[in-house]
Design a protein around this ligand. Structure first.
Ligand SMILES: [Zn+2]
Ligand SMILES: [Zn+2]
Length: 349
């Protein structure tokens, strides 16, 4: 077995603490990565607190993983020891269903193996990236360009692909008016991609204090969503709106801003079900949609695009000993815009 050290939640809502565990011996198709940085995603908090139900403990969270390859099995083709490598939200899938065949493993119709809080295809629990190493099948390991600053690139593995994928799917590009709801880990990546794709980018926020940051990160305009007159000026004008907010909020105010046939897509998961009057959609044949992460091929495409265009996340680096404090700060939106754990701080004993 592969000896590993990390930080884990022993049970729901328990603070994260040092944890020693074992990963599988690397097989012929496996890549072993020495983890250097791991981003802190809001979903790590939901899952360690079992807010989505069915959580598996002890849980080592973390799915924004970057590091260096230290070992490859003899069937591994595209990686060798010393290469930079990354792992995102998934580490396996069935590989044969229509979604997998279509490079959309996140929608695997049998079983997507998520990086943690999930059983792998052999029934063993998967442990995530708040750890010194990880063993992953080569098909789910990504290449990361040395052009990208490694720590600031780690949030691309979840926050990056979660915004990039729907923006590509709904064709955010030059000549389109694109709205972003929420300015956090996801929202700030959507601003950067929106600007890079050449769209007219509008940030919606409830905090006037975020205006300067939004403009700097890629917004052409900032709309205060609590200001009805400001919102009304944009009725029927948007080609696409990406809603990144995971707190409960009213979707109808945004739906009315969509043009005929336009779409608003949700990537956050608020606790309460949304109430949508049919009229909000019928009026202009509007669509309300959802999206989650992206397939492995598209994640690689996104990482390559970011390397080419110099796109990374805005981060605050922390030692792993500060992880519980960081969770409290994420819950208060007190981070600009993503915490990244420096895994060199991890005690290995
Ligand atoms: Zn995530
Ligand atoms: Zn599948």
């Amino acid at each position: 077995m592969t000896r590993s050290w990390g930080y884990a939640a022993a049970k729901a809502k328990a603070p994260l603490a040092p944890f020693k565990f074992q990963r599988r011996d690397p097989g012929p198709g496996d890549v072993v990565i020495d983890i250097q940085y791991c981003g802190v995603c809001h979903s790590d908090i939901h899952q360690t607190r079992d807010e989505w139900g069915g959580a598996i403990f002890p849980m080592v969270p973390g799915h924004e993983i970057v590091g260096r390859v230290v070992h490859v099995g003899n069937a591994v083709k595209n990686f060798k020891p010393g290469d930079l490598a990354a792992v995102g939200c998934m580490v396996d899938s069935c590989r044969v269903c229509p979604s997998c065949k279509h490079n959309e493993e996140q929608f695997c119709e049998t079983h997507t193996v998520f990086t943690y809080n999930c059983l792998d295809n052999n029934g063993a629990p998967a442990f995530g990236g708040y750890s010194n190493n990880i063993v992953v099948d080569q098909a789910f390991v990504l290449k990361i360009s040395p052009k990208l600053p490694l720590a600031a690139a780690s949030p691309l593995l979840c926050a990056g692909i979660t915004t990039y994928s729907p923006m590509r799917h709904w064709k955010v590009q030059k000549g389109k008016k694109f709205g972003v709801v929420g300015l956090g880990g996801l929202g700030h990546m959507a601003l950067k991609f929106g600007r890079a794709f050449g769209a007219h980018v509008v940030q919606f926020t409830t905090s006037p204090g975020k205006k300067e940051d939004a403009l700097r990160l890629g917004a052409d305009e900032v709309v205060l969503s609590t200001d009805t007159a400001d919102m009304d000026r944009h009725i029927n004008t948007f080609d696409f709106i990406l809603d990144t907010v995971s707190a409960d909020h009213d979707l109808n105010a945004y739906l009315s801003l969509l043009k005929r046939d336009a779409t608003m897509t949700l990537v956050g998961i608020p606790e309460k079900p949304a109430a949508i009057p049919a009229g909000s959609l019928i009026a202009k044949r509007r669509s309300l949609a959802g999206s989650t992460i992206g397939g492995i091929a598209e994640t690689q495409e996104m990482l390559d695009y970011c390397a080419e265009h110099g796109i990374t996340s805005e981060i605050e680096i922390i030692p792993i000993q500060k992880i519980n404090e960081a969770y409290e700060r994420v819950l208060k939106n007190d981070v600009k815009y993503r915490f990244v754990i420096d895994m060199a701080s991890l005690p290995m004993q």
